[in-house]
Design a binder for this molecule. Structure first.
Ligand code: A3P
Length: 307
């Protein structure tokens, strides 16, 4: 047990930290009730790594034959409405049974660390798209996000406190580094089942990675679509600039379950690479980079110039 980011207690379970009422409860429900299908496609990530963005890219890519950009469901539905997050889905009254009604192939999101996924999910042969991001930007993004969501009567969490907790691995679904490594190692063993993406790569070359994503999802862009630059159009449609300016994302609210509702605007802050430089001291930057090097050493996940 420990003190979490929003002064509620967090629990450590099998090496990872959870909010007991959301993350751990969700992971347990998934363990006990979820029925995987071999055709399921998961978007998996640690929080604040780009789930919102990748969700729209996966949804728009998978459904591109159904929806024209001008009448796209994402224009009226917040990104989180386009497919459910398995571990925070209506767990209060209806333990994930309505997921059964979704036709195959289902798109589902999850923050559950790889080692805590049920055996049945791995054995089903389903696919995962995992996204991660520079941990310094993750920390800053989380700090802003959780301070926005905290109850009004609670004092804000200082960046120093957030830094300290993050570096100790104490955050929802943390430690960050172990979360990334779990999926990374699994992706090395089964590259056809887990596509590993970095926020920074996707941001720099969205079309390149979108094409890779489409191939992985079993829906490669056709020659005709290449000519019409469909990948570029989807990337532009799902860009931070476009999505964050949609009315539904400026004013809409996403009801995650009976207890948790979040304004869509909270999922769009800056959408940039390296904003942590504007918030963290040099010492903080060095410390996180040091942990990243130590944790990822020998994994093949990063080379020094990426830090
Ligand atoms: P910042 O706080 O650094 O701006 P998640 O979706 O996993 O909660 O991650 C949220 C982060 O992704 C936020 O980062 C948010 O601004 C950014 N984001 C949201 N939509 C995006 C988009 N379309 N393109 C790039 N970044 C996006």
């Amino acid at each position: 047990k420990g003190r979490g980011w929003m002064s509620q207690h967090v629990l450590q379970y099998q090496g990872f930290w959870f909010n007991p009422d959301i993350g751990l409860k969700g992971a347990m429900l998934v363990q006990n009730h979820f029925k995987p299908r071999p055709t399921d496609i998961f978007l998996a990530a640690f929080i604040k790594c780009g789930t919102t963005w990748l969700r729209t890219l996966m949804f728009a890519t998978m459904n591109r034959s159904l929806h024209d950009i001008s009448s796209h469901p994402l224009l009226n539905t917040g990104p989180h409405g386009c497919f459910p997050c398995l571990d925070t889905h209506n767990f209060s009254d209806c333990p994930i049974s309505d997921l059964e009604a979704i036709p195959s192939p289902r798109l589902l999101a999850t923050h559950i660390p790889y080692p805590l996924l049920p055996e049945s999910v791995i054995a089903s042969g389903c696919k995962f798209v995992y996204i991660w991001r520079d941990p310094k930007d993750v920390l800053v993004s989380m700090w802003y996000f959780l301070n926005k969501l905290k109850p009004k009567e609670q004092p804000p969490l200082s960046l120093d406190e957030a830094f300290d907790l993050f570096c100790k691995g104490i955050s929802d679904y943390g430690p960050f580094w172990d979360h990334v490594l779990g999926y990374w190692k699994a992706s090395q063993e089964s590259p056809d089942k887990i596509l590993f993406l970095r926020y920074e790569d996707l941001k720099r070359e969205p079309s390149v990675y979108l094409k890779r994503l489409a191939v992985f999802l079993g829906q490669p862009f056709t020659i005709e679509e290449e000519k019409e630059e469909v990948a570029q159009k989807i990337a532009k449609f799902c860009s931070f600039e476009n999505l964050s300016n949609l009315e539904v994302n400026k004013c809409g609210v996403q009801q995650f379950n009976t207890e948790v509702a979040v304004e869509n605007s909270n999922f769009f802050r800056k959408g940039q690479i390296g904003d942590s430089k504007n918030h963290l001291t040099n010492n903080m930057i060095e410390h996180i980079d040091h942990i990243t090097k130590q944790k990822f050493n020998g994994s093949g996940l990063i080379s020094d110039e990426l830090l």
